[in-house]
Write a protein that binds this ligand. Structure first.
Ligand SMILES: *[C@@H]1O[C@H](CO)[C@@H](O)[C@H](O)[C@H]1NC(C)=O
Ligand SMILES: *[C@@H]1O[C@H](CO)[C@@H](O)[C@H](O)[C@H]1NC(C)=O
Ligand SMILES: *[C@@H]1O[C@H](CO)[C@@H](O)[C@H](O)[C@H]1NC(C)=O
Ligand SMILES: *[C@@H]1O[C@H](CO)[C@@H](O)[C@H](O)[C@H]1NC(C)=O
Ligand SMILES: *[C@@H]1O[C@H](CO)[C@@H](O)[C@H](O)[C@H]1NC(C)=O
Ligand SMILES: *[C@@H]1O[C@H](CO)[C@@H](O)[C@H](O)[C@H]1NC(C)=O
Ligand SMILES: *[C@@H]1O[C@H](CO)[C@@H](O)[C@H](O)[C@H]1NC(C)=O
Length: 395
């Protein structure tokens, strides 16, 4: 009984096992079929996609460029030679200042501030020297001497007339530093536009920390290390901003700026500013107040003398020293400051700009250094300035 029952059980088991094997083999064949099908089709897809990519790559960019085999994003024309456009290096510092961005696009891009505080590289802060000029820079040899040996600590930007190229050798720090510019009419808002355009272009380099506006008639009166340490170490920007209760100050205010700008907030100051990065980002990001100046600050109101001093006074007063670091002589009276030529340059004169006994506020201390730059100097001043630069200005 036991056995036969056992035998029956055995046969039942055999039949069951056979069925199981059948089902399993069906399953195996089915799954294998599916897998093979999937693999084949994806292979074919991949094959076609990669062919298509190479084809469009070759189509878009000239054939002398090696085709990116793994689909790397490769910018060919804009960077000069084939370059990985995802590299952080390219993002941090555009090598080629020429671009086709409109002012709107440029200002938007320049207004971006990283949320993460640590940089993925060792950041050495730089000073951006921004030259606003119609054409040539007659005092260029003096500036080249000033910059020599400090290449890692500064960037140069030049806003000249559209299409104007500085005639400098490829070893000059001014070589290819012209930014895409537009026409400027002195006294109109296009002058303030050009200043903001310089700022925005300079902001694209994430190492730039301080931003100085200079003209073709400006000279440095201290050596580079003194200028660099003074600016980098300052807790404040240097934008002259004062209340002038005459027709040359308050007289230029327009009541049409109400209710956004009130008379008591109105300020005047020199066009030649110095800003830190945070202030510079705020300045190029402002549309509201700049638009009011564009509309209502018309001659005899000059946006370049009132926009920055007023805007900073309204919103960022505590970050401003309210004084300028660019010396100028208004003592002769009239609409233009004195211009100094060959006959006027002397050791005593330059020495008196560097230090005339007046003390200035610097952070929470006082210093005898009030001015780092001076204007206005005629082209004829170049030779005597070069002669005394090493003995008086220490460069
Ligand atoms: C793609 O980019 C990586 C990382 O930048 C680089 O190592 C690789 O050589 C690039 N490949 C091609 C084909 O350019
Ligand atoms: C810089 O870019 C412009 C256009 O984007 C191009 O015409 C020019 O050749 C480039 N210059 C260099 C040195 O790559
Ligand atoms: C550029 O400068 C060089 C040397 O200073 C001079 O020989 C040349 O004539 C200048 N070119 C132009 C177009 O001014
Ligand atoms: C500059 O003026 C602002 C008012 O706009 C003031 O708050 C600030 O303390 C002044 N800065 C210095 C360094 O005196
Ligand atoms: C520069 O020197 C000339 C000649 O001595 C003189 O006439 C002129 O007033 C001086 N200019 C200034 C701004 O001192
Ligand atoms: C020194 O220069 C400042 C700024 O130019 C001026 O206000 C001051 O009167 C000068 N002081 C002397 C003693 O000349
Ligand atoms: C730069 O000028 C400062 C004072 O203004 C001086 O102490 C320093 O030695 C000068 N540096 C060089 C390299 O001449």
């Amino acid at each position: 009984m036991h056995r036969s029952r056992g035998e029956k059980d055995e046969t039942d088991k055999h039949v069951g096992l056979l069925k199981l094997v059948q089902v399993l083999s069906f399953l195996v064949v089915f799954v294998a079929g599916v897998v093979i099908g999937l693999v084949t089709s994806s292979h074919i897809n991949q094959h076609f996609v990669s062919k298509a990519e190479i084809y469009s790559f070759v189509n878009h960019f000239s054939a002398d460029v090696p085709a990116g085999k793994d689909g790397n994003c490769t910018v060919v024309r804009d960077c000069g030679k084939a370059e990985d456009c995802w590299s952080v290096k390219t993002f941090l510092r555009p090598k080629n200042l020429t671009h086709r961005m409109s002012d709107n696009e440029l200002f938007w891009r320049a207004s971006m501030v990283p949320k993460k505080e640590e940089f993925p590289y060792e950041r050495v802060p730089k000073v951006a020297f921004m030259f606003l000029t119609r054409g040539p820079l007659p005092l260029l040899p003096l500036w080249e001497r000033f910059f020599r040996g400090h290449e890692k600590l500064f960037s140069i930007y030049v806003h000249a007339l559209p299409g104007y190229k500085l005639n400098v050798s490829s070893t000059s720090p001014f070589y290819r530093r012209e930014i895409p510019s537009q026409q400027v009419s002195w006294g109109t808002v296009t002058l303030a536009d050009a200043e903001r355009r310089l700022l925005a272009n300079a902001l694209l380099d994430f190492s730039n920390e301080r931003f100085v506006l200079l003209s073709e008639s400006c000279i440095p009166v201290y050596n580079f290390s003194t200028v660099y340490n003074y600016l980098i170490g300052s807790a404040h920007g240097f934008v002259q901003s004062y209340d002038e209760p005459t027709r040359y100050g308050r007289g230029r205010y327009s009541r049409r700026m109400l209710p956004d700008i009130k008379l008591y907030q109105w300020r005047k100051g020199s066009q030649w500013f110095e800003l830190n990065r945070a202030l510079a980002v705020n300045v190029i990001s402002d549309t509201k107040y700049y638009t009011l100046f564009k509309k209502y600050c018309l001659p005899a109101c000059y946006p370049d003398e009132h926009y920055l001093p007023t805007y900073l006074n309204m919103f960022h007063g505590s970050l401003n020293s309210n004084r300028t670091v660019t010396w100028v002589d208004w003592s002769i009276g009239g609409p233009h400051p004195a211009t100094y030529g060959e006959a006027n340059v002397s050791v005593d004169f330059i020495q008196s700009i560097r230090n005339n006994g007046t003390l200035c506020q610097y952070n929470s201390e006082t210093t005898s250094i009030c001015f780092l730059f001076a204007r206005k100097f005629a082209p004829s001043a170049l030779e005597p300035l070069l002669k005394l630069s090493s003995s008086v200005m220490e460069f």
